[in-house]
Design a protein around this ligand. Sequence first.
Ligand SMILES: *Cc1c(COP(=O)(O)O)cnc(C)c1O
Length: 241
Amino acid sequence: MVTTEEIRRNLDIVRENLASAAAASGRKLDEIALMGVSKFQPAESILTAFGCGLRLFGENRVQERESKSASLVGIRAEWHMIGTLQRNKARKALALFDCIQSVNDAALAAYLDRIIAESPEETKFARPYPIMVEVNVSGEEMKQGVTPEKCFALIDNIAVKCPHVEIHGLMTIGPLSDDEKKIRDSFRTLRELKEGANERFGFAMRHLSMGMSGDYAAAIGEGSTIVRIGTAIFGTRNKQF
Ligand SMILES: *Cc1c(COP(=O)(O)O)cnc(C)c1O
């Protein structure tokens, strides 16, 4: 496990890199949120990062987020779900997360919409509830997400049929590649999809959630507003979490 000191130092480095990448592309630093991806990381590491001012965290699995809850009471941070969401965990996900970034089909969106509609007024989540649409830009088979071709149709479908959710933006995972151009192209495509959908449907989607430990500088160059950083902050993941 990485030490508190290492997490501090890692965060300093990531923040410096973020600032340089923003400066290099003439962007304001305050329009780019830094998310700490804490999957397979212990609650103590999250507390350390929180102590260093990190206020946005991402987890992939509902159960894992839930299991850390008891250790994180008193932490006022924003939590986003960034992994595949199974139908039977949807209700719990809405209660545990402030945003679900990994919505990739109309049926899931409709299901979330119905749960929200049927939840009592006092249920704590935001209404409309923030979601993002995950797009599989690279077309890699292992990846979740709607294809770029079907992205507009999905967004339109959700906007028309799901009044209790609100699409705040698009999310993608960059291609598994060392090819800098391929990576940039992929992030550019996501930006163009967001701009295209906003224009075509009169939406005001603001967010592009893209860029991880290995490719966040490129993502910032293409307009990322949320970079999701795991290993570069928390070190190698402990798989048997
Ligand atoms: C694990 C994960 C990340 C963070 O990956 P790192 O390479 O460790 O920064 C970001 N986004 C998603 C969706 C993930 O599953």
